[in-house]
Design a protein around this ligand. Structure first.
Ligand SMILES: [Mg+2]
Length: 434
């Protein structure tokens, strides 16, 4: 029997459904559907003109339909009359190949066909700025080393507690919140889950944090590097593979740092495809001002600057903090929640299939004692370089889907060209007198 949105609405007092999807630029799009229309809409889908969003379509394309996935339903914690639901896009009766949630679901189906279930957790860093986004919303937040500042997190208690309580009520298992390494920056952590669940929650968390911050007279931003000399917004991903019976496949008591050969092959895949993966994990022009950044006023960028892995050391791209998982520290707050996971999983599955060797682990401090030239690859210098890496990586593109990669690069090229045409204040001051 199909899921009844009408019953759900009646039981919970919901009047409207926000049928939502995320486009290739990471923007969430939605239609607000009254409950009486929802069950019919769940079958036919909510209609959209795809060209009006970032999906690499034309005005001549037929209607695109968003089919809501009831497994993702979330009653808004701040407005119980509305429930948000993630949707899958179809056109002419077929899944839209370039739709981010579809791209992720395809990777998860591939993983399952090889006997893996993928569980991930994301660490969302964000700034709470004043309404004009001119600086930290808390004017007293001025320490040079503000990380974990007890007073600063408590001055924002009302909003942080509201977000944490909301996650608790939704069953996400929030377990800690803190002030992060830049003035005005925070991080909130909730429990890891199946990768699709994490991607839906990640999308919703961004929407919720922005909405509740706005209600508090603030502006939440996940922008990778809003301030040149402060730490940026990372989005670290912890990943573990499990067999379909629910046993962790990462741990091996005799393996280096307690990890299994499968885990090291997965790491090998991420190292092998890292440069192309950057086009997904670090998807904006601004992203590359967080990667490879010069030192910040706090003393560390907390961002990787090269393609390397390590043990429990936060200066490398991949960290092994425990015996049951690893952490990829590459991604940032601009990453599309679905493409972030899809890209990582594609690289991981390739690493396992090809039994890729990650090479030696490095335990140096990459900030003060970087590896010598040639010991590891450098990360792309900018978005265009990352896009070229993705375009040139036939294996990785094929794994993600050629149609998706073509559309994604087309959208990103518009962004690159728009930015390239822009004359910055820095250019003017540094070049006016040439
Ligand atoms: Mg952090």
């Amino acid at each position: 029997m199909p899921f009844s949105f009408a019953d759900y609405a009646r039981e919970r007092g919901v009047r409207f459904f926000l049928v939502s999807y995320t486009d290739l630029a990471g923007v969430q799009r939605a239609k607000l559907v009254p409950r009486a229309a929802m069950d019919a809409m769940a079958v036919s889908g909510a209609g959209f003109a795809g060209f009006a969003t970032w999906l690499d379509m034309t005005p001549a394309d037929p209607d695109m339909f968003a089919i809501p996935d009831p497994a993702s339903l979330i009653q808004l914690p701040w407005n119980s009359e509305v429930a948000w639901v993630a949707a899958d896009l179809v056109m002419s009766g077929l899944p839209l190949e370039q739709a981010p949630r579809t791209v992720l679901k395809r990777q998860l189906a591939l993983a399952a066909s090889r006997g893996f279930s993928v569980r991930t957790g994301v660490e969302c860093e964000f700034f709470l700025l004043d309404a004009a986004a001119s600086g930290a919303g808390d004017v007293r937040d001025q320490q040079a080393k503000p990380c974990y500042d007890q007073a600063a997190v408590m001055r924002n208690f009302q909003l942080i507690a509201r977000l944490s309580d909301a996650m608790e009520s939704l069953g996400w298992g929030p377990y800690q919140s803190d002030h992060e390494d830049a003035n005005g920056q925070f991080e909130m952590n909730w429990h890891y889950a199946d990768a699709l669940v994490t991607a839906d929650r990640h999308s919703f968390f961004k929407y919720m944090a922005k909405t509740l911050a706005e209600q508090a007279g603030l502006r939440a931003t996940f922008m990778p590097k809003p301030f040149a000399h402060k730490s940026g917004n990372g989005c670290h991903v912890h990943l573990s593979l499990w067999d379909l019976a629910g046993a962790n496949l990462m741990h091996h008591p005799q393996g280096p740092l307690g990890l299994s050969p499968t885990a090291y092959h997965a790491i090998g895949g991420l190292l092998h495809h890292a440069l192309a993966l950057c086009a997904l994990t670090n998807p904006t022009v601004n992203s590359f001002k967080r990667l490879n950044a010069p030192m910040t006023t706090s003393g560390a960028t907390w961002s990787p600057n090269a393609v390397s892995f390590t043990g429990n050391n936060r200066t490398h791209m991949i960290r092994i903090p425990d015996v049951d998982r690893f952490e990829l520290r590459l991604g940032d707050g601009a990453a599309n929640p679905y493409l972030l996971q899809a890209g990582i999983i594609a690289a991981v599955l390739d690493g396992i299939a090809q039994r890729r060797d990650p090479g030696p682990r490095h335990d140096n401090n990459m900030y003060t004692q970087p590896l010598p030239e040639g010991a590891c690859k450098r990360l792309p210098a900018n978005l265009l370089d990352a896009m070229r890496e993705l375009r040139a990586n036939a294996e990785f593109s094929a794994a993600l889907g050629q149609d998706f990669v073509r559309s994604y690069l087309a959208i990103k090229m518009i962004e690159w060209n728009t930015n390239a045409a822009h004359i910055s204040a820095y250019e003017l001051t540094s070049t006016l007198d040439c």
